[in-house]
Design a protein around this ligand. Structure first.
Ligand code: ZN
Length: 449
């Protein structure tokens, strides 16, 4: 018999240890849209908790897109005439443009430079670049190494990669609840060694899956992991009928930086996931840092498409584009720590608590307030009230409880849910939920969906 989901049952210290271990294990792997780096990533995640894997063959059409060839890489370098390696893939897998074609040639510095990417404004950083849909090759390097390249000198350039007819790996798992309501929790697994974008999101994803699998739940949660964009498109291609019924979603990414926890709104900021997220941020942080919905982002673009329209938010700590280390080698394990990641994780688990407890209901006494006193839900002596010692079978009734109960009854027209009432009244969700349960226990309310 599983326990009902409650943040009170989560061992945060144990989870943080697991997150720290995962950061170390996942960071070095050379991930991409496909290939063995992604498979190794999934092997590490499956040690935390199991999920389903699907291999989608290269060349398969998914809507107007095509699954790309599988990419794997063994080694790459740029060496000078003394055979000294100026750039070595073994030092950082960001050095090679992801999806570079194989090459082994001698070339002048002048011919090489159009294939080099560097960041003069961040001279210590190696940028992250990809060439998924154009057959090309290139290297990324620190500006100080770039400056060592002479136009007239000859260099050996080698990329020992392979683009083959293989497959792209996707993972998923549905944790079933008792109601028909379903939420999507999705992460992307295609970025090589960067800690905030995307490993932090992958870690949140697997830790949430582990927790939810071990709980009795009201809602169902559909977990999806794969490469960004093409992975979401491929998943939607196979599952769009089921996805039409999903009430809201989360893209877990950029969750462990040094900045403040905030959230990127969905296209509809009155959606249940938006409201639950704002309520959790107020509860845990006392403020709401929010970013507007935009199409410059991640897989919320696909899941928000006209045929699905799943309101999808991202709870983030240093959102993509907002930190200088973004898409560089400085997005590393100095920048992201397990304790920072846990701040975002705490918001996610609180949001899920609210989604589990949120209810739309109707009052069974719609023509006037019920007589709460006769049910032990109101102080029996009239006048100035401070009924903190007034016990009933549902616990001590306080002035705040009475306020919450009267608002819950007031909004009992079937058009409001508990999150909505918390936000309309400013009463914390926990108090709204507790008092909803009190009234429901006395058959004063009826859940409508
Ligand atoms: Zn990215």
């Amino acid at each position: 018999m599983k326990n009902y989901y409650s943040t009170a049952n989560i061992n945060f210290a144990e989870i943080e240890k697991e997150a720290a271990k995962l950061l170390q294990e996942l960071f070095p792997l050379c991930r991409s849209l496909s290939g063995d780096g992604v498979r190794k990533t999934y092997d590490v995640l499956k040690n935390v908790t199991d999920f389903n894997l699907t291999e989608i063959p290269s060349g398969k059409k998914v809507f107007s897109w095509t699954i790309p060839p599988e990419w794997n890489i063994k080694d790459a370098f740029i060496a000078d005439k003394e055979k000294i390696k100026i750039v070595d893939f073994k030092n950082s897998n960001l050095h090679v443009i992801n999806y570079s074609i194989p090459i082994d040639t001698m070339i002048t510095g002048k011919e090489l430079k159009p294939h080099l990417f560097t960041l003069p404004e961040l001279p210590e950083a190696i940028p992250y670049r990809t060439t998924y849909y154009k057959r090309d090759w290139g290297f990324c390097l620190c500006y100080k190494d770039y400056q060592k390249i002479n136009d007239s000198e000859i260099y050996r350039v080698k990329i020992d990669s392979a683009l083959t007819k293989g497959s792209m790996t996707m993972g998923d798992y549905i944790v079933r609840g008792t109601s028909k309501k379903e939420f999507l929790i999705t992460a992307y697994s295609c970025h090589p060694s960067m800690a905030n974008d995307c490993i932090s999101g992958v870690i949140i994803w697997i830790l949430l899956l582990k927790i939810l699998k071990n709980c009795a739940l009201k809602n169902s949660y559909r977990f999806v992991i794969g490469p960004e964009t093409i992975g979401a498109i491929a998943y939607i291609h196979e599952h769009h009928r089921a996805l039409k019924h999903v009430s809201g979603g989360f893209v877990t990414t950029t969750a462990g930086g040094t900045g403040k926890v905030g959230y990127k709104k969905s296209f509809n900021d009155t959606s249940e996931v938006d409201r639950a997220t704002r309520e959790a941020l107020v509860k845990l942080n006392g403020e709401i840092l929010s970013y507007p919905f935009s199409l410059q982002g991640s897989d919320e673009r696909q899941y928000s498409a006209p045929g699905l329209r799943i309101p999808t938010v991202t709870i983030t700590k240093d959102k993509y584009y907002e930190y200088k280390e973004y898409h560089t080698s400085l997005d590393n394990l100095d920048f992201v720590t397990s304790s920072q990641l846990m701040e975002t994780f705490s918001v996610y688990v609180r949001v899920i608590q609210y989604l589990e407890q949120n209810v739309t209901y109707k009052s069974r006494t719609p023509y006037c307030e019920p007589h709460l006193g006769s049910l032990g839900l109101y102080p029996t002596t009239g006048g100035a009230i401070n009924p903190t010692n007034d016990k009933s079978d549902t616990g001590t009734i306080t002035t705040d409880d009475i306020k919450a109960m009267t608002w819950i009854l007031f909004y009992g027209d079937g058009k409001h849910d508990l999150l909505n009432i918390a936000q309309l009244t400013g009463i914390p969700f926990e108090s709204i939920y507790l008092n909803y349960r009190r009234l429901e226990k006395h058959s004063l309310l009826q859940e409508t969906r």
